[in-house]
Design a protein around this ligand. Structure first.
Ligand SMILES: C/C(=C\C(=O)SCCNC(=O)CCNC(=O)[C@H](O)C(C)(C)COP(=O)(O)OP(=O)(O)OC[C@H]1O[C@@H](n2cnc3c(N)ncnc32)[C@H](O)[C@@H]1OP(=O)(O)O)C(=O)O
Length: 370
């Protein structure tokens, strides 16, 4: 009788067996396709605290009832970074499990927040763009609009547009124009302002005052944050799996040894949330409003340390009044007169000072006088 576990026999069996494939290739996506993602997730206090603890998001309003109430929440809510990461994690099986990398995301918004523990998430995505990569024949570039909804009420809690490099079944000829353009770009050297201004504190007034000072001095409000977080098995493999993110990039060292990164890499949402955690530790955050123009520039792997750099772009002190006289919020107006709205650019960088993530963020920041 054949012993299938004999190593030689088993090696031959493996050679002859078909693989039941997971995930979709570039050719499987058509613009306009709508995909309802089967995995769902109940947003729990444990999942929320695990994410926030490991990414150094220690804002007390998300941990303690009294601090939550002082910020106008019923109880410590689900953190917007965890909500974003969970909304994306659920989609990976259908959209990007085949491989390829998370390149960027924009228009990240939270129309239904605050969200509390116990909410069940139902997620759907629409293919909004499919493009040929001019530099990488084995990949195409796909963008999706994703919406994470409250499974019970249908209310949209988190939505965004995301772009990944996705493997093709068949490589295509590329014209190399992207790579050539990058090589041709003339390098006149960096064009940085002479003076960098650092806000004195983390309140809205500190950011507004620093911007005024920078305007007078033809300077930029730009500074780095001291904390760093070295990537380990928890941040690289455990946190994405806890969001049901099945991307092999984060947990299959065997397959990834033969990939552009050569190793497993940190989930983009972990890198970004860690850098945002560093930035938030130096400010008095009131509410997160949204994120745009997010890009992942290079890989982060076990042993790399994630640091953060912040540029303050705008500060707006206005609160919109509705016709009934009650407060409403829009992009540049705060939801409460206790806060003003600030737009930041955050850059995550590694121990070699290489940018690994960048994006703009709009947040309501508490007023000292509020
Ligand atoms: C979730 C999830 C997976 C992850 O979280 S993976 C971890 C996060 N992502 C990364 O670590 C990727 C970091 N990026 C890189 O290391 C490099 O970008 C990469 C993937 C090696 C490619 O480098 P290249 O130097 O070959 O090329 P480019 O960076 O110029 O990009 C290749 C083409 O993509 C286009 N592109 C780049 N960013 C965007 C964007 N935000 N939106 C649209 N298109 C973008 C770029 O223009 C290039 O196009 P060509 O036509 O010139 O090829 C999960 O699995 O879901």
């Amino acid at each position: 009788m054949t012993d299938w576990t004999d190593p030689d026999t088993f090696a031959r069996a493996l050679e002859r067996a078909d693989t039941k494939e997971k995930g979709n290739c570039f050719e499987d996506f058509e613009e306009g396709d709508v995909i309802e993602h089967d995995p769902g997730l109940t947003l729990t206090q444990f999942g929320n605290e695990q994410w926030m603890g490991q990414t150094l998001n220690h804002d007390p309003a998300y941990w303690r009832s009294d601090a939550a109430e002082a910020r106008g929440f019923e109880e410590p809510p689900i953190h917007p970074d965890y909500l974003t990461a969970a909304t994306l994690g659920i989609t990976v099986e259908d959209l990007s499990e085949k491989g390829g990398y998370f390149l960027g995301r924009t228009d990240v918004r939270f129309p239904g927040t605050p969200v509390y523990a116990g909410t069940e998430l139902h997620v759907e995505s629409e293919v909004v763009n499919r493009a040929t990569s001019s530099s990488r024949p084995e990949y195409g570039i796909v963008s999706w609009r994703t919406r994470g909804k409250d499974a019970e009420t249908g209310e949209v809690l988190c939505s965004y547009e995301r772009t990944n490099m996705i493997p093709r079944r068949e490589p295509v000829a590329t014209d190399g124009s992207g790579a050539a353009a990058a090589e041709e770009s003339d390098d006149d050297g960096p064009d940085l302002p002479e003076t960098f201004v650092t806000p004195e504190g983390g309140y809205f007034e500190d950011f507004a005052e620093a911007l005024e000072r920078a305007d007078e001095e033809n300077a930029a409000v730009a500074y780095r944050h001291e904390r760093g977080r070295t990537q380990d098995d928890v941040t690289v493999a455990s946190l994405p799996l806890a969001t049901l993110n099945t991307a092999k990039q984060h947990h299959n060292v065997d397959v990834m040894s033969d990939s552009p990164s050569g190793d497993i890499v940190t989930y983009g949402d972990v890198t970004r949330s860690t850098a945002l955690g560093h930035a938030r530790s130096d400010e008095e955050t009131w509410r997160e409003v949204g994120f745009d123009d997010e890009s992942f520039h290079t890989f982060v792997a076990v042993g790399d340390t994630v640091y953060a750099f912040t540029r303050v772009l705008e500060a707006e002190d206005s609160v919109e009044e509705s016709s009934t006289g009650s407060r409403t919020s829009s992009e540049n107006t705060a939801s409460s007169d206790e806060a003003g709205t600030v737009r930041f650019e955050h850059i995550a960088f590694n121990q070699d000072d290489e940018p690994v993530y960048s994006g703009t963020r709009t947040a309501e920041i508490r007023k000292r006088s509020g």
